[in-house]
Design a protein around this ligand. Structure first.
Ligand code: ADP
Ligand code: DP6
Length: 349
């Protein structure tokens, strides 16, 4: 027999960024972060996990190719989930798995991302969150999403925020064992549903500096990162929570844009410097800034993760249509240029 569970998890985009760890193994951050979870129909991971007495080892396929599960991060997640597994029974098929059996049974995992992997569009966030969630269902875990988020965090920090829809905060926590470093939902997906996300896929190529090694180098060499983590982000987190609660787009846009800019400033302050944005990214920033300045109040927020792709958040559908028009006019996607395509991310669960 084979028992299977399939789950789908969207990616999330941070509007107050996580960058820097205080514990590399447990993945504990040096500051809180806040993200928005995208609509699962657009950028998402679909993972099927299966168990059978005939499987002789744990194996995983990502986008159709077998990958190793030996990495410490996958192993941490598998270990933590197996430790919490419960009895599972499928009466119709006469299958009974006792909780002790999970230590001996092996898993086969197949996962697909419907968007470029390792290109700065947070595939690791959707991927690890989906892995943890589907395994938790298969093994009948009783933990709630916040407790599962603390497991997903050990796979990839940003993954902990993909266990919830809407606006999500990853609380950095104080405990050395990481037990209080987990995600909580600030507002659900219906709270501010006028917002529309448009992503300019400036490059779908694999990034040169991974987030993991980039943030390690930043913590080791940047003089600015401690100022950011201790002085700047704590205030911004409070302001951002208020902006989200009050649906205050002007504050939301100012905070998201300045936080993205500061994150890229600490990347530049890293030695050797890390350049995630390129000329096209910079031109998109100028275009949005010019537009916002020409209006009474900001119309669009932008934010860039560890790559050149621009994530833009429009205040409503009408603005999103105008934004897309401007982008297509100023930055037409063409195969041989620096702009691959646009993705409408929406904002949902
Ligand atoms: P990204 O910017 O896309 O998050 P990273 O380099 O940070 O890029 O992470 C990419 C890594 O995340 C992959 O090499 C793989 O280890 C992991 N990953 C991506 N997608 C999945 C998935 N669907 N399931 C499990 N792990 C995944
Ligand atoms: C720029 O979560 O990919 O997207 O914890 O080492 O796996 P690891 O890093 P990761 O870093 C994400 C960094 C970011 C900002 C963010 O998502 O908050």
């Amino acid at each position: 027999w084979v028992l299977m569970v399939t789950a789908r998890t969207p990616t999330n985009i941070a509007v107050i960024k996580y960058w820097g760890k205080r514990d590399e193994k447990l993945i504990l951050p040096i500051n809180d972060s806040i993200s928005v979870t995208l609509d699962p129909n657009h950028l998402c991971t679909t993972t099927t996990v299966s168990v059978s007495p005939s499987f002789v080892e744990d194996r995983m396929w990502l986008n159709g190719k077998e990958i190793s599960l030996q990495g410490g991060r996958f192993q941490s997640c598998l270990r933590e989930i197996r430790a919490r597994a419960n009895d599972v029974e499928d009466e119709k098929r006469g299958i009974k798995i006792n909780k002790e059996d999970w230590q001996k049974l092996h898993l086969h995992i197949a996962s697909y991302n419907n968007f470029p992997t390792a290109a700065g569009l947070a595939s690791s966030a959707a991927g690890l969150a989906c892995l943890v969630f589907s395994l938790a269902k298969l093994m009948n875990l009783k933990e709630d999403n916040s407790q599962l988020s603390a497991i997903a965090r050990q796979g990839s920090g940003s993954a902990c925020r993909s266990l919830y829809g809407g606006f999500v905060k990853w609380i950095m926590g104080k405990e050395e064992n990481g037990s209080d470093s987990l995600a909580v939902q600030l507002a659900d997906e219906k709270h501010w549903d006028e917002l529309v996300i448009i992503i300019a896929v400036v490059s779908a190529r694999q990034k040169e500096t991974s987030s993991t090694s980039g943030m390690r180098d930043t913590v080791e060499t940047s003089a600015l990162i401690q100022h950011r983590a201790k002085e700047v982000v704590p205030k911004r987190i409070i302001e951002m929570e208020n902006a989200i609660q009050n649906r205050d787009f002007a504050s939301f846009a100012r905070l998201a844009c300045t936080d993205s800019n500061q994150f890229h400033a600490v990347c530049l302050d890293t030695y050797p410097p890390i350049f995630y944005m390129n000329d096209t990214s910079h031109r998109i920033i100028s275009c949005v800034e010019k537009w916002n300045r020409a209006e009474e109040t900001p119309q669009v927020a932008y934010t860039f993760d560890a790559g050149p792709n621009a994530v833009m958040i429009a205040r409503d559908r009408k603005t999103a249509a105008l934004l897309l028009q401007r982008l297509l006019y100023n930055f037409p996607p063409q195969p041989d240029t620096d702009l691959d395509r646009y993705v409408i991310g929406d904002k949902s669960i």
